[in-house]
Ligand binder design. Structure first.
Ligand code: E4P
Length: 214
């Protein structure tokens, strides 16, 4: 499973780019607002930091407007993936962008039927939102079950669309993404940092440090 950074904050992307293990970045309007810069400025900076798929989200609306906006971002760099909201207009836009050879990431996916609509339109990626589905259902494994079901359906019917496990809130969501068979997990900076930590690792290091002194 590939690891993407789910952030538009440039200092965070600069930091993770030094780790050498992050193979893409996802942004959304909320993350762009948090970054304090425009989407275009963010794209221009991120493409120089991470050499992999960078998702840039268009505004929800009519298919033709989304396609026009998508063309602007797609022209900016070869790694740009157009993030399209999961609506009927979005499905139409994905179909048109696929025909034009522009990669898409269908976002706000909460069911297998939505995932199949996106995949049938030719989406390169679908992004099921684990955290938001857990919150909505009150179940800790609702996001896990969704990613698992989409994986199973894509496998059964031979869809090539890749699954990006999104809306990840904690390490358990990363573990669940792995177990469910997600192709990619897009992970906030704080959770990426948490992934290297374990209390027993710290304890073990302490024991070794003491032993080294003797
Ligand atoms: C990524 O593609 C999504 O936009 C992001 O993971 C959503 O996360 P949130 O539910 O924490 O806003």
């Amino acid at each position: 499973m590939k690891l993407f950074a789910d952030t538009a904050i440039i200092s965070e992307i600069e930091e993770v780019s030094t780790w050498g293990i992050i193979s893409g970045v996802t942004t959304n309007p909320s993350l762009i607002a948090k970054s304090g810069i425009s989407l275009v400025d963010a794209i221009n900076k991120i493409v120089n930091l991470i050499d992999g798929p960078i998702s840039a989200e268009v505004q929800e609306g009519r298919a033709e407007d989304m396609v026009s906006e998508a063309k602007i971002y797609a022209k900016m760099h070869k790694n740009i993936v157009i993030k399209i909201p999961m609506t009927l207009e979005g499905v139409k836009a994905v179909k048109q962008l696929t025909t034009l050879g522009i990669k898409t990431n269908v976002t706000l996916v909460f069911s297998t039927s939505q995932a199949i609509m996106a995949a049938t339109a030719g989406a390169t990626y679908v992004s099921p939102f684990m955290g938001r589905l857990d919150d909505f259902t009150g179940k800790e494994d609702a996001g896990f079950e969704l990613v698992k079901d989409i994986k199973s359906v894509f496998k059964t019917y031979g869809y090539k669309t890749q699954i990006i496990a999104a809306s990840i809130r904690h390490i358990n969501h990363v573990d669940q993404s792995l177990k469910a068979g997600a192709d990619i997990a897009t992970i906030p900076f704080k959770v990426l940092q948490d992934m290297v930590k374990h209390p027993l690792t710290d304890k073990g290091l302490e024991i070794f440090r003491e032993a080294s002194k003797k």
